[in-house]
Design a protein around this ligand. Structure first.
Ligand SMILES: Cc1ncc(COP(=O)(O)O)c(C=O)c1O
Length: 377
C-alpha cells in the first residue's frame, strides 16, 4: 500500500480508513475452511458494525452474529428478510424486546438458565440455543476471560452434564481473544463432547469468535470430525479476524514540546477513538515508527486526560507539526467504542479499494449537538 500517496488523497484528519480489499482477503481462509469442512461463517458485527462492511460481506458469509436489538435490526436490514442467519447471545436479553428479537434472529443462545426459563417461551420461530461456559481458561488477563471465576457468560458446563432440554437445538461458546492457535478449541471440544453425546435434539454448535484463522492447521479436521460424530451444523462467528488488520487511524501532529526531557507529540486524535488503547494499555502499531531510530517521542491524544497516551515510539526523524501519522491494525473494537469526550469529533470514515480512498462519512457539529441537546434546553 502506498501510504505517501494515500496521505495526500485523504484530506481530512483524523480519519478511520477501512481497507475493503483486506477484509475480502481475510475472508479467504475462512471460505477455504467452509469449503473443506462444511462449517458456516457468521460475521460478528460488534467488531465493526459499519453498514458498508456488512454489505460487503453479505452473500459471502452465511449470516451475522449480534448482541442486541439494534445490532439485530441493522443486520436484518442489510441481509434482507431471507438473507441469512442472525445469531444472538447476550447476558442482557430483555423481556420487552424479546418478541422483536425473536422475529429478527434465526438463532438465540440463552446466556443463563434463568434467562432461558423466563424468556424462551415468550415467542417462537427462532432456533433455541444455550451459551455454555466450558470453564477452561486460556487467557492470562481475566478482563477478557469468559471462563474466569464467577463468570457472567454462559451456563456452567457442569450443569449440562445430563444434556440439554428437548426444546434446545443448539449450543454456543466463546472463550478466547486474538488466538492464533487452535489448541484451546481442541481442548474445549474435548471437554464438551460428553454434553454433545447426551443432547439428542442438537442441530447446531456455534464455536464463537476469538480465533484469527490466518493458518488453518488442525481446525479443518476438528470441524469435519464434529460434523461426522454428531451430525450438526457448525458455526464460527469471527469479528476481529475479518476487520482487525483492515483498519487504520490517520492522525495529524498538532503540537510538539519537551516535557521532563522527553518529546511529546500531541495528535488530533485520542484514545477515545480507540478506547482499548487505554482500557488494556495496548500500544497500537504506527506505520512511521522505525525501531532502529534513536529519537523517542510520546504520542499523546488531544483530550484533557493525562493518561490519554498511545505510547512511546522511535523515529529516525522526529515527526513535525502538520505531519500525518497512521496507526495500523485498529479495525476492530475501535470506532464502535469511540466517543466524543471533550467535544472532539469522531474521525471521518474512508473506505479503501484498489488503492483508492473514498470518504464514506463525516460527522458534524449537528450530530454532537443532537446527542446532547435535551428537550428541556
Ligand atoms: C459471543 C462472541 N462472539 C464473537 C465475538 C467476536 O470475537 P472476535 O472479534 O475476537 O473474533 C465476541 C467478542 O467479544 C463474542 O463475545
Amino acid at each position: 500500500m502506498n501510504w505517501l500517496e494515500l496521505k495526500q488523497q485523504i484530506q481530512s484528519s483524523p480519519a478511520f480508513i477501512l481497507d475493503e480489499d483486506q477484509v475480502l482477503a481475510n475472508l479467504l481462509p475462512l471460505q477455504s475452511l467452509r469449503q473443506a469442512s462444511g462449517c458456516k461463517i457468521l460475521y460478528s458485527m460488534k467488531a465493526l458494525p459499519l453498514a458498508s462492511v456488512l454489505d460487503l460481506l453479505r452473500g459471502l458469509v452465511d449470516g451475522i452474529s449480534v448482541s442486541s436489538l439494534f445490532e439485530a435490526k441493522l443486520a436484518r436490514e442489510i441481509l434482507g428478510e431471507q438473507g441469512g442467519s442472525i445469531h444472538l447471545t447476550t447476558p442482557g436479553l430483555r423481556a420487552d424486546e424479546f418478541a422483536e428479537l425473536a422475529g429478527l434472529c434465526s438463532h438465540i443462545s440463552f446466556n443463563s438458565w434463568s434467562q432461558y426459563q423466563r424468556l424462551h417461551a415468550l415467542d417462537s420461530g427462532y432456533s433455541k440455543g444455550l451459551r455454555v461456559n466450558p470453564k477452561l481458561s486460556f487467557l492470562a488477563d481475566s478482563r477478557y476471560d469468559p471462563c474466569r471465576v464467577n463468570s457472567k457468560l454462559g451456563i456452567d458446563i457442569e450443569l449440562l452434564r445430563d444434556g440439554v432440554p428437548e426444546a434446545v437445538e443448539g449450543l454456543h461458546f466463546h472463550t478466547v481473544f486474538g488466538c492464533a492457535d487452535f489448541m484451546p478449541l481442541q481442548l474445549t471440544l474435548e471437554k464438551l463432547k460428553p454434553v454433545l453425546k447426551r443432547s439428542h435434539g442438537l442441530r447446531w454448535l456455534n464455536l464463537g469468535g476469538g480465533y484469527v484463522y490466518k493458518a488453518l492447521g488442525p481446525v479443518v479436521d476438528l470441524i469435519r470430525q464434529l460434523k461426522a460424530d454428531f451430525g450438526i451444523d457448525i458455526y464460527l462467528e469471527p469479528g476481529k479476524a475479518l476487520v482487525g488488520d483492515a483498519g487504520y487511524l490517520l492522525t495529524t501532529v498538532l503540537d510538539h514540546f519537551v516535557s521532563d526531557g522527553k518529546h511529546v507529540l500531541i495528535l488530533d486524535t485520542s484514545v477515545n477513538h480507540h478506547p482499548e488503547v487505554f482500557e488494556y494499555q495496548r500500544q497500537p502499531r504506527l506505520l512511521e515508527e522505525d525501531a532502529s531510530g534513536d529519537l523517542i517521542a510520546v504520542l499523546a491524544g488531544s483530550s484533557c486526560l493525562a493518561g490519554d497516551l498511545f505510547g512511546e515510539y522511535r523515529f529516525k526523524r522526529l515527526p513535525q507539526v502538520g505531519d500525518k501519522l497512521v496507526f495500523a491494525e485498529v479495525g476492530a473494537y475501535s470506532l464502535i467504542k469511540a466517543n466524543r469526550f471533550n467535544g472532539y469529533n469522531f474521525p471521518d470514515i474512508y473506505s479503501l479499494t484498489q488503492g483508492r480512498a473514498s470518504l464514506k462519512k463525516h460527522y458534524q457539529y449537528q450530530d454532537y449537538r443532537q446527542q446532547w441537546w435535551d428537550a428541556g434546553a
